[in-house]
Design a protein around this ligand. Structure first.
Ligand code: GLU
Length: 310
């Protein structure tokens, strides 16, 4: 049987909140409960936003919970030459093209109701002639986009079930390297998962819609397919999104009120691995872990205090 290699890949542009920590815990439990390996990758490509202090805090939070990883930490900020080499391969094989569109141009030409996050690139720069490219290159540095086919890419997610997307209609040709030189998350995540030998990707459901893009890119590069588990958002006990209460929902906020075992119990209960938020060890959670217990749509925190009268 294939060895499971799981990973947690935080972006340290802020503190990890309980939702991120639950994701880390589930990725860890999934791998360890099947005697697999668990890796840590810090997605700190966006240097100004991902400071060394935030990175350090993120690592300490994981250590506090006891989520030990195998081997060293992979820092994306140190892997530029690797991404350069992969991009070069894609350029050589004719899968990319330079795009000179500015954000302002794209915004002004797109339907106003699409919103910033769901911009479908209409391919303005897809078929420019060499002469046009040369002229535009004198004015500005292009981004590099991947040509996507008019094909449906499907995946079977362990919690979310089947998910399919036609790349051309859902996102269009997407950016691999921005005009300021920053490599895109899509490129880095695909290259790093493959090069680290990852077999299972556990992450938030908000990234599900980017997964077909990543699968397409991985196929182009000849990388093996991965297993995916996109976990639902974690809500506070009132059913609200967590991000609103930054300190309260950070590990520091929880540590002011609870011990490590209590926090593990709170997370384990939110994932429905436990019936009550009672103190547990990681080994206890490894013993009860099963994806079958975890609902696909919503996870809610509950606290020991709310059951203390029973
Ligand atoms: N770095 C991403 C985040 O923190 C997760 C990427 C992934 O797991 O593929 O949201």
């Amino acid at each position: 049987m294939q060895e499971i290699v799981g990973r947690f890949a935080p972006t340290p542009s802020g503190r990890l909140h309980m939702g991120n920590l639950l994701c880390a815990l589930l990725a860890f439990l999934s791998a360890r409960s099947r005697h697999g390996r668990f890796l840590l990758r810090v997605e700190d490509l966006d240097r100004p936003r991902c400071t060394p202090e935030l990175t350090e805090k993120c690592i300490r939070d994981l250590q506090f919970l006891g989520l030990e990883w195998d081997g060293g930490i992979l820092f994306q900020s140190r892997r530029t030459p690797v991404y350069e080499a992969v991009l070069h391969r894609l350029i050589q094989t004719g899968n990319t093209y330079p795009c000179f569109c500015t954000r302002a141009r794209l915004r002004s030409m797109l339907a106003p109701n699409l919103g910033d996050t769901q911009v479908v690139y209409p391919g303005f720069c897809r078929n420019l002639t060499e002469t046009e490219r040369e002229k535009l290159a004198m004015i500005r540095t292009p981004s590099i986009r991947l040509r996507v086919p008019d094909t449906v890419i499907s995946l079977e997610d362990r919690l979310q079930g089947s998910f399919s997307e036609n790349l051309l209609h859902a996102c269009g040709d997407f950016v691999l390297r921005r005009s300021d030189g920053l490599f895109s998350y899509q490129l880095a995540v695909v290259v790093d998962d493959a090069e680290s030998g990852v077999t299972e990707v556990v992450r938030g459901r908000d990234i599900l819609s980017a997964t077909p893009r990543q699968i397409y890119l991985a196929r182009l590069l000849g990388y093996p397919p991965l297993h995916y588990v996109h976990i639902p958002l974690l809500m506070d006990p009132g059913g609200r999104r967590l991000s609103k209460h930054e300190h309260d929902m950070s590990l520091d906020g929880f540590r002011e009120r609870y011990s490590r075992e209590e926090i593990l119990g709170i997370l384990g209960c939110a994932a429905r691995l436990l019936d009550r938020p009672e103190p547990v060890s990681l080994d206890d959670l490894i013993r009860v872990f099963s994806w079958d217990r975890i609902p696909p749509d919503m996870l809610t925190l509950s606290y020991p205090s709310s059951i203390s009268t029973t």
